[in-house]
Ligand binder design. Structure first.
Ligand code: ATP
Ligand code: MG
Ligand code: MG
Ligand code: MG
Length: 344
């Protein structure tokens, strides 16, 4: 009999649309000789809505139901997704998806799930906490200043002026897809940047801006046994890889593998694995680095549930290593089951 793969998509965060695209991609690529796919859309307000069930490959133009097309009579209790021996893929990004909350819920339900465990999700979702962990294990990062919403703003601005050079990047700690991030070119724009970031989180990170290439490495495995791909590069024709350039304008090109020296490639892979292990990485992560013209490199962040359309960086990096998209999904299912068995 076939195994049930449950896809959770949509979600409460600002990255909802990205999640739908990733989930549709997974739903199209799954090997339907092995899996039945059941899907649930999570609305902005957090309701779980039962959507399509696929027993065979859906038509090429089939879309998962979202706000406009869902049937509100099919709202279920979140715990009703439970099905014995099913594996859940929470294809959710950002807060309430990538931050440990849904992972904790799935553990309570005693379901196997793909991707980061509670600790890996929570610690990588919070850019501030992640920086502290990476610092501890000696992974290079750009200088930064933490600002909390109840801090004295003048003092914070002074600390930023002392420790960092403009431009700086102002980021809400707990977000993704560049939502709430501002590149701030001068002290006079700092307040506006902070205000924007505080819309999303009370914890904000102000980072030294670097003029750098963006090199990303895909990591796969559960903590003990982890492998990393050759890195790829996000080739930008924009100054900053913002939400529009990522998802609206299609301005991103990827170079896979990235054209970098073998030494640098090895170091990036090693630091990607080190960073992943430091947060108890489980399932998968995309580790994103900055590389400057003089070959200095810094870890920017770990995305524990990276964009997962067939054409996204993470699956493309694995495809370059010979692991094709549908096999990658199966590998993730296996890792989910083995993490589940360890827990139970
Ligand atoms: P993701 O979609 O990858 O989860 P995110 O919202 O977590 O993105 P970051 O990756 O931290 O955000 O930043 C978004 C983009 O802003 C980066 O890909 C890069 O283009 C630019 N950027 C961020 N921080 C810096 C920095 N310190 N120096 C230069 N560019 C930066
Ligand atoms: Mg991110
Ligand atoms: Mg992200
Ligand atoms: Mg990023």
């Amino acid at each position: 009999s076939k195994q049930t793969l449950i896809l959770l998509y949509g979600g409460r965060s600002a990255e909802r649309e990205v999640s739908v695209l990733s989930a549709e991609s997974v739903m199209r690529a799954v090997n339907y000789e092995k899996f039945t796919v059941k899907t649930y859309f999570i609305t902005k307000s957090g309701d779980f809505v039962k959507t399509q069930i696929f027993d065979e490959k859906p038509a090429e133009n089939e879309k998962l139901m979202t706000n406009a097309t869902i049937d509100f009579d099919k709202i279920v209790k979140a715990s009703d997704i439970y099905e014995k021996d099913a594996v859940v893929f929470p294809v959710l990004h950002g807060p309430m998806g990538e931050d440990g909350s849904i992972q904790g819920f799935l553990e309570i339900l005693r379901l196997a799930y793909i991707g980061p465990n509670i600790l890996a999700a929570a610690s990588t979702m919070d850019k501030l906490l992640a920086k502290l962990v990476f610092e501890t294990v000696g992974v290079p990062q750009v200088p930064y200043v933490a600002v909390f919403s109840d801090d004295n703003l003048q003092a914070a601005e002074q600390e930023i002026a002392e420790k960092l050079q403009f431009p700086v990047f102002v980021k809400p700690a707990n977000m993704g897809s560049s939502v709430g991030i501002t590149k701030v070119g001068s002290p006079s724009e700092l307040q506006a940047g902070l205000k924007e970031a505080f819309k999303y989180d009370s914890r904000v990170v102000v980072e030294q801006g670097v003029d750098a290439r963006e090199i990303e490495c895909a990591v796969l495995g559960n903590n003990g046994e982890v492998s990393a791909t050759l890195p790829g590069e996000v080739v930008k024709d924009v100054a900053f890889y913002d939400y529009n350039s990522k998802y609206i304008d299609n301005k991103i090109e990827m170079a896979i593998p990235a054209v970098i020296s073998p030494d640098l490639q090895q170091e990036i892979q090693n630091y990607a694995i080190k960073a992943y292990k430091s947060v108890n990485g489980t399932g998968l992560s995309r580790c994103d680095f900055f590389v400057t013209a003089d070959n200095k490199f810094y870890l920017n962040e770990i995305n524990a549930i990276p964009g997962f359309t067939q054409w996204s960086m993470y699956p493309s990096l694995w495809a370059n290593m010979g692991l094709k998209y549908s096999d990658l999904i199966e590998k993730l299912v296996e890792l989910a089951q083995s993490a589940f068995e360890t827990r139970e």
